[in-house]
Design a protein around this ligand. Structure first.
Ligand SMILES: Cc1cc2nc3c(=O)[nH]c(=O)nc-3n(C[C@H](O)[C@H](O)[C@H](O)COP(=O)(O)O)c2cc1C
Length: 399
């Protein structure tokens, strides 16, 4: 079979023992305001959907409560579900489940509310429950209660604001959590509306919560810490700034079985999920994986054991170079010059920071890490792989 005619890779997976049609989970947010949104997300390929957080009282939101910080990052002052919890039990959850959605019922934010809500959410047909709270001290008692009163898997959602969210995750596992969702939006944050000379959000203090691309590195770090601790041995879905398949792949590589999406569905619309699914199915084989499961945790063995203090070697391919000179301008030390088709780097000035090669949009400038110590040099000399890599990058010659 040729590359073109090969069947696309299946993205079907399981999470807490439940089959998901894809690893994309529409996390709790406005997209899941009611059954209508949850059904639509499922039709677009989401493997599961998380209800807006259900509480004792319905929310009344400030107007306005969602705004744009940048093209990929949002601020919001949206509270929990703005419809009555009875409606969720009697209509929204059963309708979505009947239509084939895997529904995760989000329950917040206190022990009293968990006591009043979790069993009803399970009875209404939700296949999992996700507990969300402001502090670990409240989350753990909610978890203890839920675990002894429902039989569906119980997930705990972590906040990136907590000083040691990975430690909280480990405690949740010790208390019987079946899985972890990480992370919630981060804040409080502020954005100013210049024309109206006031905060962009109409919350009581003008502050809001940040989501989207800006929070991805924070969430990835927390997700990696959880996995590297060795204490979070249950399924995890990573949330925060997944805007495309490559972002999703980063979460998979640090050990997440699935990824949550919220802001991207607002910024690009729900049909964009189909594109992300297609792109992920193509990306997996491009990166050398023959299944989704193979990618899960693939980066974990490559986390450094110690800091690397070495140098970079550069390879430059003039045929790919657009002469934009971003690499030249970015160098804080003025080490790089382009005299097309020759690229020069002054090794006395270059500190091997690596940003020049990172900024090259066309892959014309690449960097290779040099061995660190004489011991490393000896190891590398034995490893032909290292020199093969250098040689393959050096079609244009080292610069
Ligand atoms: C407008 C908005 C409303 C949200 N509402 C909830 C909510 O009710 N419950 C909850 O647990 N998380 C809520 N979230 C947080 C998201 O589920 C998610 O954790 C966060 O936005 C990070 O993902 P993202 O970067 O893909 O948006 C909300 C996020 C946004 C942007």
């Amino acid at each position: 079979m040729s590359e073109q005619t090969k069947a696309p890779l299946s993205l079907e997976t399981t999470f807490c023992g439940i089959r998901l049609q894809s690893p994309f989970i529409l996390s709790s947010g406005p997209g899941n305001f009611a059954s209508e949104g949850m059904i639509r997300a499922t039709e677009m390929g989401c493997g599961a959907v998380v209800t807006k957080t259900i509480r004792l009282q319905r929310a009344i939101n400030p107007v306005r409560h969602i705004g744009k910080i940048s093209e990929t990052t949002l601020i919001n002052a949206e509270k929990w579900a703005d419809s009555d919890r009875q409606l969720w039990y009697e209509k929204e959850i059963p309708e979505a489940v009947k239509a084939g959605a895997v529904v995760i019922g989000s329950v917040g934010h206190t022990l009293a509310e968990a006591k009043a809500i979790v069993a009803d959410v399970e009875r209404s047909g939700a296949q999992m429950i996700e507990l969300v709270s402001y502090t670990e001290d409240t989350l753990l008692p909610m978890l203890d209660y839920a675990k002894s009163h429902v039989s569906v898997p119980v997930l705990c959602k972590l906040s990136g604001n907590w000083a040691n969210a990975a430690e909280t995750a480990a405690k949740c596992i010790e208390h019987g959590a079946d899985g972890i969702a990480a992370i919630d939006s981060i804040g409080p944050v502020l954005s100013i509306d210049l024309e109206n000379r006031r905060p962009q959000m109409f919350s009581d203090d003008g502050f809001g919560w940040m989501s989207g691309a800006a929070i991805k590195p924070i969430s990835l770090r927390i997700n990696a810490q959880m996995q590297l601790s060795g204490r979070v041995n249950k399924d995890v879905y990573g949330i925060g700034g997944v805007m495309n398949a490559r972002d999703a792949m980063e979460y998979l590589m640090v050990g997440c079985k699935a990824v949550g999406i919220c802001s991207v569905a607002i910024l690009k619309g729900l049909p964009y999920v189909q594109k992300m699914i297609q792109e992920l199915a193509q990306l997996l084989p491009q990166l050398g994986f023959s299944s989704l499961d193979e990618a899960v945790g693939a980066a974990l063995p490559n986390f450094p054991k110690h800091e690397l203090v070495t140098g970079l070697d550069f390879a430059y391919d003039s045929a790919r170079c657009s002469r934009c000179e971003r690499c030249v301008r970015a160098c804080p030390y003025g080490a790089r010059t382009l005299d097309f088709p020759q690229m020069h780097v002054d090794s006395a000035l270059c500190r091997s920071c690596g940003i020049c090669a990172d900024l090259c949009a066309r892959g014309a400038l690449k960097s290779v890490i040099l061995p660190q110590t004489s011991r490393d040099v000896a190891d590398a000399a034995e490893s032909t792989a290292f020199y093969d890599t250098v040689a393959s990058l050096n079609q244009g010659g080292l610069v």
